[in-house]
Design a protein around this ligand. Sequence first.
Ligand SMILES: [Zn+2]
Length: 257
Amino acid sequence: MPLLKATGFVLKTRSWGEGDKLATFFTREKGKIFGVVRGARKPKSHWGGALEPMTLLDLMVYEKGGRHTLTQCQIVKSFRTLRQPGISGSTALFLTELVDKLTTEEDPNPEAFNQLELALSALESGFPPLSVSLSFTLKFLNLLGFWPLMDVCASCGKRIEGGMFTFNPKSGGLICPDCQGLLSGNVSLGERTINRIKILLHSTYPELRDQAEDLELNELLLSFLRSQLGMETSKVKTFLEKLEKEQNWGNFPNSLR
Ligand SMILES: [Zn+2]
């Protein structure tokens, strides 16, 4: 029987058929897979809380004709505290949405899987949500090959130099002074922000602390996710509103509302 063993996070579930659910898993071995979970919506379902978003599971999946059915699972880590109301939970949910949105089916990326586990563990341990979110997003985009152009103009290809940098989300990276007047939606970045990107990319999550540059960077990354990768505005907006409300980090730029 074609049985697949894998370790994976529950990204989300939805109703399926009469009393079943269709779960989206992000696994170390196979990348993103969809699995039917028989009887998951029945009142006395034996699956219990195993299908809550973010739960890390050891899975046993029956595979036939490109379809997966979950036959057994065991909770490795529930990340239960991240499902309580609060900024760490909202951030964790945003990260799982990001993974769901940007990955394709059965395209494994074990390093991206490891990064998600490290980021969720850091959030559960109370490390600063904004820097964890930014660091994961940068690392994840990089691992998936979605990294924005930072060395050459994303519009005309000319080399980028100088202390002030202009990011154009629609072009997918930094743009040169000649192209600035021709394009709308530009975001100016200081050298400190560029340096901060390097720190966020190369540090472990516990090494990070929120910094002023992070708000600027958050704006840049979220507009990049929206315009380049089609991340839904409503989810980005909800995440921003929660960050603003719960952390009182001042006002976010109007362009993001
Ligand atoms: Zn240019």
